[in-house]
Design a protein around this ligand. Structure first.
Ligand code: ZN
Length: 535
């Protein structure tokens, strides 16, 4: 009797510990230290319970375990974009038109035409970036006449990066811009070779940001809907985490949609978010007020506050020659942030001027060691060995994006020296900087890391990454920036079960086809958030 009872206890315990889900017969790229490949993986309570052979993992299954037969498919840890303006992209995702992946102008214009016919008359049609002329066979931007032809009765606004925006006459009329002097932020009409306005606006980043701010904002309901849809779109591409760097045209009120999705337990992408300084000269007060009730690290595994950035003061933003006053104001904020135990990420474009930023980081570091805070510099595509050495000494990380992917067939760009950075010991994360200046597709970024080619087929000079290295940067590498590398970024026992089953084998597909990979099944915390089980 006694023996029987203990058998029963053992059996009950056995069932209780059976995995909720197992994935078998696959090629699982674990991205562990040895970059091991395994056949199978077990998930229990949202975490990885086992990795190993199909036979060993199948032996753990109980009667209620869901079995997913991968049929040889490749599985990767969920991708983490360490610099994606996801909150901003999300609020307008359901109301904007998207040119990501369009290969010709007719295809792009068709998306405008389709939106015009499917939305109520007079609806704004906005393409807010994420494309380049070089992705089109025609290698040029649309003309105003083409946009009018596609949507004669709608206001149409097409933005290219932060340097150019084309508006149709209906759009100008709707905004009340009747002549050049009414353009905000120092904007100017672009003129063609004949001297006549082309319909586009130029004049630098401020002109475009100010112009965009005139456009109608999505309603709150549209923003919530857009957030859910954008996260699903990221899941379709195997993304399960982002580090969001705030950004231009993004205000504290814009975070509300994200927070509602979080409150309703509908997050399908894990978001670490930061706060920007908003108003020129008032940033310190704003940041102190905003963070009074939101300490560093507050939140959970789905939504967590990760400090400041990427624009900390307006005056230091894209400023290669900050004067002493500008630097002092910036220094006061970052010294305060260090005292508060905050992480921060700083947008910086050029290695030639980054010494000014590193001087300030070093000054703070003498008072408060910043290495434990995991500060980072975003972009810095031409980072030199000397800069990387200084970053290593400070414990400052580097987030790298595929900015040169949008270059033309001829390019002078150089690949960021990620291999060198890793050798020096700098923590590197990968990402896209979507969706104004770049597409959010992580696979086109992975392809660019590996083959060093632009969307138009041009070659980017310099060091390329191996497939292993690129994947590691896009998973574990990025996880470091939100203090998550022990929780996710690789498929190892005890980690969150965030993963993607791929449409093609990332390791063996020709390099030029990596960009076409999609996920067929994405899981976050062991829950299917995209796709159907391969049956
Ligand atoms: Zn930036």
């Amino acid at each position: 009797m006694k023996v029987l009872a203990s058998c029963l206890v053992f059996a009950t315990l056995g069932w209780a510990q059976a995995p909720d889900t197992i994935l078998i017969n696959g090629k699982i790229l674990t991205v562990d230290a040895a970059f091991s490949t395994r056949e199978a993986l077990a998930i229990r309570d949202g975490k990885i319970a086992a990795v190993g052979s199909t036979a060993a993992v199948r032996a753990q299954a109980g009667p209620s375990t869901r079995v997913i037969d991968l049929r040889g498919r490749t599985v990767i840890p969920g991708l983490i974009d360490s610099h994606l303006h996801a909150i901003r992209a999300a609020v307008s995702f359901s109301t904007e038109v998207n040119w990501i992946g369009a290969r010709s102008l007719p295809e792009a214009l068709k998306r405008i035409r389709d939106a015009a016919s499917s939305k109520p008359a007079g609806t704004w049609l906005i393409v807010a970036g994420g494309w380049t002329a070089d992705q089109f066979q025609e290698r040029r931007r649309p003309t105003q006449a083409e946009l009018v032809e596609a949507a004669p009765n709608n206001p149409v606004y097409i933005q290219l990066g932060y340097g150019w925006a084309m508006l149709t006459p209906v759009a100008y009329r709707t905004l009340g811009i009747t002549d050049e002097s009414k353009l905000p932020g120092g904007g100017q009409y672009e003129r063609g070779p004949d001297g006549n306005p082309t319909g586009a606006v130029t004049g630098g980043q401020n002109a475009i940001i100010s112009l965009f701010d005139l456009l109608p904002k999505p309603t709150y309901e549209q923003a919530v809907d857009g957030t859910r849809k954008f996260f699903t779109e990221l899941n379709r591409l195997g993304v399960t985490g982002v580090v969001d760097p705030g950004g231009n045209n993004l205000f504290p009120s814009d975070y509300q949609a994200l927070m509602q999705v979080w409150r309703e337990h509908q997050m399908t992408v894990r978001v670490a978010y930061t706060l920007n300084g908003q108003t020129d000269g008032k940033e310190f007060d704003e940041l102190k007020t905003l963070t009074q009730l939101v300490p560093m690290g507050m939140g959970d595994d789905f939504l967590r506050f990760n400090g400041l950035g990427e624009r900390i003061t307006v005056a230091m933003n894209n400023n290669n020659r900050p004067d002493e006053t500008v630097k002092e104001k910036y220094y006061q904020i970052i010294r305060w942030a260090a005292g508060q135990g905050m992480s921060l990420t700083m947008h910086w474009g050029s290695n030639a001027s980054v010494g000014q930023l590193l001087d300030l980081f070093e000054k703070v570091n003498k008072e408060v060691p910043i290495a434990p805070l995991r500060w980072s510099i975003a972009h810095l595509g031409d980072a030199s060995e000397a800069s990387l050495q200084r970053m290593k000494t400070l414990g400052v990380g580097w987030t790298v994006q595929d900015a040169s992917y949008f270059g033309g067939a001829q390019t002078n760009a150089t690949m960021p020296a990620v291999g060198l950075a890793r050798k020096i010991g700098v923590n590197v994360g990968a990402g896209t900087d979507a969706h104004r200046v770049m597409s959010y597709n992580p696979f086109t970024a992975l392809q660019w890391f590996v083959d060093g080619k632009t969307v138009a087929g041009g070659a980017v000079r310099g060091e390329k990454a191996s497939r292993e290295e690129a994947l590691r940067l896009y998973t574990l590498g990025s996880a470091w920036f939100s203090f998550d590398e022990s929780k996710r970024g690789s498929l190892e026992v005890g980690k969150l079960a965030d993963l993607a089953v791929l449409s093609k084998d990332y390791m063996t597909v020709p390099a030029g086809e990596i960009g076409e990979i999609e996920s067929v099944l994405t899981m976050v915390g062991g829950k299917v958030v995209y796709g159907a089980e391969p049956r």
